[in-house]
Design a protein around this ligand. Structure first.
Ligand code: ADP
Length: 169
């Protein structure tokens, strides 16, 4: 069985992430979305459980997608679960240097056993990032084009804004 793991902080999950998950789910027998802590990023808006539950809801129609959280290195999760492929998304050249470094580090740490494949973003989501979503929402701006309606509502709640859930766009 061909299994891919898609790790990230997903704080919160955006349409860009969901697009990568959908496309990856067609390429692999099973995709594990792994919600992780990123020490390079400021304290998260959502707890790991909240992030896991939001991704589960957003991917509930995809039978071969499972969502889990993990405290540790992606490579250790891969080793423990006999997984050899990491999936990551690439938006712009600015992602490239960071992603290349992690991919090569993971390859070295796994003694060549774990490779990373990249899905380039769909153009319409290329501007999207979780940090932009948080920034816009903190000023009560419109994040409905960026995330599913139930995620938008949860993000606004975190910033103390009361929004009626809108349909997904
Ligand atoms: P991390 O904290 O590991 O960078 P993120 O949640 O920010 O995790 O992103 C997870 C992965 O999804 C990364 O590979 C990132 O480049 C990718 N990604 C984020 N937003 C998009 C998008 N709009 N289109 C495609 N890939 C994306």
């Amino acid at each position: 069985m061909k299994i891919g793991v898609y790790p990230g902080s997903f704080d919160p999950v955006t349409f860009g992430h969901i697009d990568v998950i959908k496309r990856a789910s067609k390429m692999f027998d099973k995709i594990i979305v792994l919600v992780m802590y990123n020490s390079a990023k400021a304290s998260p808006l959502f707890s790991k459980d909240e992030r896991v539950n939001m991704i589960r809801e957003a991917t509930k129609d995809l039978d071969n997608v499972v969502v889990e959280s993990y405290d540790g290195l992606t490579i250790d999760y891969c080793k423990a679960n006999d997984i050899h492929i990491i999936v990551r998304g690439l938006r712009a050249i600015t992602d490239f240097e960071y992603e290349l470094q992690i991919a090569q580090t993971n390859k070295e740490l796994s003694h060549g056993l774990v490779d990373t494949v990249f899905l380039t973003t769909s153009i319409r989501y290329s501007y999207l990032s979780s940090s932009t979503v948080r920034e816009i929402a903190s000023y009560n701006g419109d994040i409905y084009p960026c995330v599913p309606g139930f995620v938008a509502k949860a993000v606004y709640e975190k910033f103390g804004f009361d929004h009626i859930e809108q349909g997904d766009m």
